[in-house]
Design a protein around this ligand. Structure first.
Ligand code: ATP
Length: 222
């Protein structure tokens, strides 16, 4: 197959988006030679607790955070839909649009990767995309630390470098070391609830947006 630069697919609740997410996407683009990182804020994810902020709010925060980065695009399809978000149907939609040969690279932090076997139709991910797993402080990426079914897939599919990712469309796994940032959206929501500063944990326009709309303070979650 002719080599094509992979497109990164970065899903998440982004409740709210923070510098851990942004560095993950930026370093993935650099280290893995991506032509683009497509951010996909989830609507109503099924495999975790409901996000506190409405999908449109989380989408707007991602749009603010990624504005001005020519390698970042935002896909609003999941956030704009009423029904539950699942990664496999989203990848199927992208595949249909981008064709069968375009390498797609699903970007996941180590914690999200370890949780992959809880996803709807999780094994089908491998026929639709490669996976790149970012190191995250406090979470292991070695096969020994993964759930058994995933460890087997991991051992068969892992690549020591990103070199092979552009030569096939899907099915490989690689890991990459990003600048370790122990930032989480949970921590940010807790700081806000306690009225503490968010500075330098997320982009200032996102902080301003959170304050403007009084997010993460009221119980209605809008
Ligand atoms: P929460 O604290 O609400 O669970 P989160 O900070 O983990 O949120 P998500 O939106 O759930 O953020 O994460 C989207 C993706 O980004 C996931 O694949 C997750 O593993 C990854 N990720 C989030 N924060 C980091 C970080 N600090 N370092 C590496 N990966 C991260």
């Amino acid at each position: 197959m002719r080599e094509q630069r992979p497109i990164g697919v970065f899903g998440g609740t982004f409740d709210p988006v923070h510098l851990g997410h942004l560095r993950l996407a930026e370093e993935a683009a650099d280290q893995l030679g991506l032509s683009e990182v497509r951010w996909i804020p989830a609507g109503q994810p099924q495999h975790r607790d409901a996000p506190q902020s409405a999908p449109t709010r989380r989408l707007q925060m991602v749009q603010l955070a990624t504005a001005g980065n020519p390698r970042f695009t935002v896909d609003s399809a999941e956030a704009e839909r009423e029904e539950a978000s699942y990664t496999v149907p989203t990848l199927e939609r992208l595949r249909q649009k981008l064709g069968v040969t375009q390498p797609l690279l699903l970007l996941l932090g180590a914690d999200a990767y370890a949780g992959l076997p809880t996803w709807h139709r999780w094994q089908e991910v491998f026929s639709l995309a490669h996976i790149a797993v970012a190191h995250r402080p406090g979470f292991a990426v070695e096969a020994a630390a993964l759930p058994e079914a995933l460890a087997q897939e991991h051992l068969q599919r892992q690549q020591p470098t990103a070199a092979a990712l552009g030569t096939s469309a899907a099915g490989l796994v690689t890991t990459f070391a990003m600048t370790p940032l122990a930032i989480s959206a949970t921590q940010i929501r807790m700081l806000l609830a306690e009225g503490r500063s968010l500075r330098y944990l997320l982009p200032q326009p996102v902080i301003d947006y959170i304050h403007l709309h009084n997010l993460y303070r009221s119980s209605d979650g809008s």
